[in-house]
Design a protein around this ligand. Structure first.
Ligand code: SAM
Ligand code: SF4
Ligand code: SF4
Length: 469
């Protein structure tokens, strides 16, 4: 590899170099950078040219967390303009089928450390509250049987989130987050009910009544109408400890991210980066933590850059993540519903191995990403997004690639400045905790093996057992 061909990012006090072939990142001072011989020596000393070895073979046991999604409600009490579920068939999954699917996937992946069960699906899960709570109770039972966590979690539009409903969800162990697209003005542009009325006021009034919001996050879908990310974050953090902002995936390019608005969104992310940097420098970690702790689009890049995590696939769709639709078909992920290329089996026949192998090979080979310097942090294109923008799940969306490369550069720069801050070690610890959140808690499993009379749920709700050990 030639030094001249390495990817460089110039900051005020250093140059960051990225090796496209192995994902290595190194920061060098400008003087060293201009002395090619010395630079090369430094790079060799840091093993910068070493080949990255990783397995391309599919192995079920490599998935520490397995995701099981259930479309328990095809119905919705809202009519958001961008919703990917535009053809509602009004058939729901029964509790029996949900149970069967949970068992099927757990049997298929018996060695995972944790199972996340997500009954959100493609409609409003709170319209099926009884079923949802029964699934929550079943997850508790499975956790006790397996001595590992089977964790139910949903995102709701929040319209039905009354105090009574919150109590029931909590009693049955279902974690929940809420979708809101910013403040009243921006949220109500696309998130409205069937009468065309905005929903912000009703949702936020329910949210405000929930006293303990410590485990509650908010999901914001970025469209052409709410690209002021700092404003979104400042507003939503008033009500939620974690904020996840993700670009919409739509066929209607006017609503989504396209050539006409990509620069605006990139600039907005640069502003978000500057804002986070300023707040973190001042020692205010609230905003950074809100972004890092959830499932934020930029947060993912930040976390990977801060912890030097290299990924070989974008996600686990269809290989460690499965979604059951009401008609009994299994899709690679919840957003894939109605995309026939992403059907990978059925409740009746199980997962089709050839289809899973095809998705695995597509994920891991990333044929369209070979020359991209961001590939070890981005991981590759989302199947659903690729399908919506190119009609092929194996392609990539060039507009989104431009955004992702921008986010990669911002995350590298952020990491560089973060290292110089007093709070660096605190942030590192927080990031490590976050990555471990979905891992098996080995100490709990081992404790339960030694104490068969104690159940997983006893431990979960009364951690004191462990502390007394
Ligand atoms: C399909 S909804 C189902 C749960 C519930 N009805 C809600 O809105 O939270 C789950 C999440 O998907 C998001 N979503 C819907 N359509 C989308 C699309 N086309 N692209 C990206 N996200 C989308 C919603 O904003 C919401 O946060
Ligand atoms: S509330 Fe959720 S499911 Fe309903 S239309 Fe909006 S995004 Fe879709
Ligand atoms: S999807 Fe795009 S940004 Fe991501 S690795 Fe592939 S080419 Fe790079």
């Amino acid at each position: 590899m030639d030094i001249d061909n390495l990817m460089k990012i110039e900051l005020s006090d250093c140059i960051i170099i990225v090796n496209t072939e192995n994902g290595d990142v190194i920061e060098v001072d400008k003087r060293l950078f201009n002395d090619k011989k010395a630079l090369n020596k430094e790079l060799i000393k840091n093993n910068f040219y070493e080949k990255l070895l990783y397995s391309m073979k599919f192995s079920k046991d490599s998935f520490k967390t397995v995701y099981i999604s259930l479309h328990i409600s095809s119905k919705c009490n809202m009519n958001c303009k961008y919703c990917f579920m535009n053809d509602r068939k009004y058939n729901n999954l029964s509790f029996e089928d949900s149970k069967k699917f949970i068992d099927m996937i757990i049997d298929e992946y018996p060695n995972a450390g944790k199972y996340i069960v997500d009954p959100t699906g493609s409609g409003e899960p709170l319209l099926e509250l009884d079923n949802l709570c029964k699934i929550g109770e079943y997850c508790k039972q499975k956790s006790d049987d397996l001595k590992r966590e089977v964790l139910p979690m949903i995102v709701t539009n929040g319209l039905l989130l009354t105090e009574k409903v919150v109590k029931r969800l909590r009693e049955s162990g279902v974690l929940f987050g809420v979708s809101l697209d910013g403040d009243k003005k921006t949220n109500d542009i696309y998130r409205y009910d069937y009468l065309g009325n905005g929903t912000y006021k009703r949702v936020i009034s329910n949210v405000k009544k929930i006293k303990d919001r410590s485990l509650m996050g908010v999901a914001l879908t970025i469209t052409d109408k709410n690209m002021d990310l700092v404003k979104n974050l400042k507003h939503l953090i008033k009500y939620f400890p974690t904020v996840s902002m993700k670009p919409v995936r739509v066929i209607d390019s006017n609503i989504g991210i396209n050539e006409s608005n990509i620069d605006k969104l990139k600039n907005s992310y640069t502003e978000l980066y500057e804002f986070l940097l300023k707040q973190t420098t001042k020692g205010n970690l609230e905003y950074l933590s809100a972004i890092l702790n959830g499932d934020d689009y930029f947060g993912k890049f930040l976390l990977r850059s801060i912890l030097c995590i290299k990924v070989t696939t974008r996600c686990d769709a269809g290989v460690g993540r499965f979604s059951l639709a009401p008609d009994g078909l299994i899709y690679a992920c919840p957003g894939a519903i109605d995309i026939s290329e992403l059907v990978i089996g059925s409740l009746e026949k199980g997962i089709e191995k050839e289809k899973r192998d095809f998705l695995w090979n597509t994920l891991v080979n990333r044929n369209k990403c070979q020359d991209c310097y961001a590939k070890f942090v981005c991981g590759g294109e989302c199947f659903v997004n690729a399908y919506y923008s190119t009609k092929s799940i194996t392609e990539k969306d060039d507009v989104m690639c431009e955004l992702k490369r921008h986010l990669f550069k911002l995350s590298l720069a952020f990491n560089h400045y973060l290292k110089q801050m007093e709070c660096y070690s605190v942030v590192i610890r927080g990031c490590v905790e976050k990555t471990k959140r979905f891992d098996e808690e080995k100490e709990v499993t081992n404790f339960l093996k030694r104490n068969p009379n104690v159940s997983f749920n006893d431990i979960k709700y009364h951690k004191a057992y462990i502390d007394r050990k």
